[in-house]
Design a protein around this ligand. Sequence first.
Ligand code: FES
Ligand SMILES: [Fe+2]
Length: 447
Amino acid sequence: MLSTEMNDRLARVGPGTPGGELMRRYWIPFMPAGMLNEDPVQKVRLLGEDLTCYKDRSGDIGLIGNRCMHRAVDLKWGIPDEHGLRCPYHGWLYDAAGVCVEAPLEARTDMFADRLKLDAYPVKEMGGLLFAYMGPSPAPLLPPWDLFVWPNSVRQIGYVTLEANWLQCQENTGDPSHGVWLHGYLFKYALEKMDDQDRLANMSDSFMKQGVGIKDLYANETEYGMEKGVIFSKELGAESDHTSRHSTVIFPFYTEQNAAGAPWSEFQIRVPIDDYHTYHISYNCYAAPPGVEAPKQDVIPYYEVPMWDEQGRPILDAILNQDFIGWWAQGPLTDRSQENLGRTDIPVVFLRRQIDEQIQIVEDGGDPMNFFRDPATMPEILYGGGGPAEAWQNPEWASKDLGLSRNTRLQYHKGGAEWESDRFGPAVPLVAELHRRIEEVQASTKS
Ligand code: FES
Ligand SMILES: [Fe+2]
């Protein structure tokens, strides 16, 4: 349980709020870069601010306030100029620093040119995503988190706008036991309601089995975030005494499933639009192991992950969609003063404390976790979980049993994608081709 004050401190993200000030210390991914090729002027809402992102005719990208300073026209309808964006109404021109540099119908602009400046934020591109920095200067380095930069891979970017505060989404990563019900029993229930006998017959019981023999949960701070998992006990019914590590948390809003170099890996990025909405990015990287060449992509493709079916009911027969519904169903900004936590929430409590501590560091004038300044100490690839997916980088991978036959995430060429939300994405045929090549190498090594 949290007090209402603490709930607001951690969850709210508008300008001047404690959580919002923390968020303003990070480069925040806000859009697939490819979207500007489709329409060079896009509406963006980030940390409670309405903005316009544009690519001008010289190819430079700007992110500026959305209301023209003349008479408040929404610059989403603006015209890209050689350098900057023009308001469609009377042609006032704004550069990437937000400065109004021209008012073509005015005889004298020297009267106001100096003081007319919209909010403006620097933008960088990495891994097919655009990132904005909305905090104090100088901006930190843009960290090359592994999935954004790992070579020889297929990628795709899924996005969805959720009516749910970002922290609800991120707390899901501090919750390693939810899969039993949300991805196990709920999945089964959804397939029953759809009368999908095929998938019911093929459904793995691995999620549901994780509900048996839970003794405790653990959570520890790591260099870039936290690690957590479930401790199982044979005495309580588990197959053996063992510990199962859950996905990686990269502070403040990333979750990493698997690691770079694995045939399937994913960043789930919980981008705060405002206090009540999250722009959720599922960033998939399907890496080729040594000796296999991934199909080429010129632009990283993107897609909106569908959330509702034709009847307006939530789509529940895909894993990430089940998470979406879990977060959304907690309400736009969940009231944590009313919750009742159990032992399975230990990592959630850890995650909240970590956010509170990092907010405090910012309040005290310091640099929070994952704020990088020194290019000399920045590696080419930053591994959120500590390193690449080792087993798959072993040159001998093809002769080892790495679960190729039983893990649906390596079987997209045989319909494995049908369990996942990334099945809606445009790169799935390429991923299927990659998985086919992987299987071919493995088969030839074993024969
Ligand atoms: S309203 Fe934008 S130029 Fe007039
Ligand atoms: Fe989940």
